[in-house]
Design a binder for this molecule. Sequence first.
Ligand code: BEZ
Length: 246
Amino acid sequence: MPGLLLGDVFPDFEAETTVGKIKFHDFLGDSWGILFSHPRDYTPVCTTELGRAAKLSSEFSKRNVRMIALSIDCLEDHYGWSKDILAYNCESSETNLLPFPIIADRNRELAITLGMLDPEEKDSDGMPVTARCVFIIGPDKKLKLSILYPATTGRNFDELLRVIDSLQLTAGVRVATPADWKPGVCVMVPPSMPEEEAASMFPAGVFSKELPSGRKYLRYTPQPKDQSKHTDTGNSQTEPGTTSQP
Ligand code: BEZ
């Protein structure tokens, strides 16, 4: 993604969408944001993705995340395609609108600015289409995460919720989340934090896993409670094979 790095302020672009013209930062307000792009309207993988995103929209709202999609087709196509997506989800809506807007980027201007094009995947005119790009933006309007999938691989929107849980947790507390982490499971103490500081910061305890190297860098602590308000599963666990740190 040329030019857009983690921590950069996300461009405050203007765009036509299925809910009218927006200025991106005003659209976000004080919320988190997720912007996800799609190759074309009326394509199969995209239909399943937007269907899944629509089904999970209340989960994104619970986490205070505003959703917005982008596809390089016109508004008229977006409106027609939205009806198909609702039908795919076996749902109807009086407005025929999805629970999030879709940006109409017919001239690919935004797709080019944001580095979203997939040069390997072309439309019938030989023009590159948008890849499956995900940007997650924090309330400070800075880019917190970017993912780029090729057009031929659909995304997992449950994984995006899991990632948001990690981003929101680690924005508020100095912890990191391990592979396959889920809310409620132990989190990791960052390697840069000295033992004494970790002990005072995490009164619930710090547990380190014994390793052949003898180094105590695999340090776990129960997820701090006040950060699990949306997603607490009551599933607090310590890792097997860990010992309490002195
Ligand atoms: C799809 O959404 O199904 C799709 C779009 C472009 C290339 C391949 C698949």
